[in-house]
Design a protein. Structure first.
Length: 153
């Protein structure tokens, strides 16, 4: 059986959660940082294996599947690139409570991946994900001025 490019891409995907937890002890799959925090990196165990199954799972409320499908559209893996579709899927993942989806919405809005840039909304989302414990989002929020003395580029 021939495997399509979306299935190959999903199979090889690794999600970087970017959660930094100061004072935590290293666990399997976690990379210790000099400040005592951790970056959690885990191989994705997707609930879907190709575009069709991701679409079905996302429609059923699976936030991870929505994120995976969004990545397929954002990067054009097995489908035509479509930033608006990717943004919509990331928003669904965020609405379902997956902070990785919220972070992806912020990235797309900040960088304008096929959609108009919206720095203010990106900064607010980075701040929301930062408040939940993601140092990567905190860095982005600071850079965009949502925290501290950061400046908007």
């Amino acid at each position: 059986m021939h495997e399509d490019s979306s299935a190959r891409w999903i199979r090889g995907l690794v999600i970087f959660t970017g959660l930094i937890v100061p004072g935590c002890h290293p666990t399997k799959g976690a990379t210790p940082l000099p400040d005592g925090g951790l970056v959690l990196v885990r191989p994705l165990r997707p609930s879907c294996g190709d575009l069709t199954s991701c679409t079905r799972a996302c429609s059923g409320g699976d936030a991870t599947a929505c994120t995976l499908e969004g990545r397929l559209y954002e990067y054009g893996h097995g489908v035509e690139r479509d930033g608006a579709k990717a943004l919509s899927l990331y928003r669904r993942a965020c609405d379902l409570g997956y902070l990785g989806g919220c972070y992806n919405v912020a990235v797309v809005l900040e960088q304008g991946h096929g959609v108009p840039r919206d720095i203010a909304r990106a900064a607010a989302l980075y701040r929301r994900v930062c408040d939940a414990g993601s140092s990567i989002a905190c860095e982005a929020a600071t850079r965009l001025g949502a925290i501290g003395d950061g400046g908007i580029p």
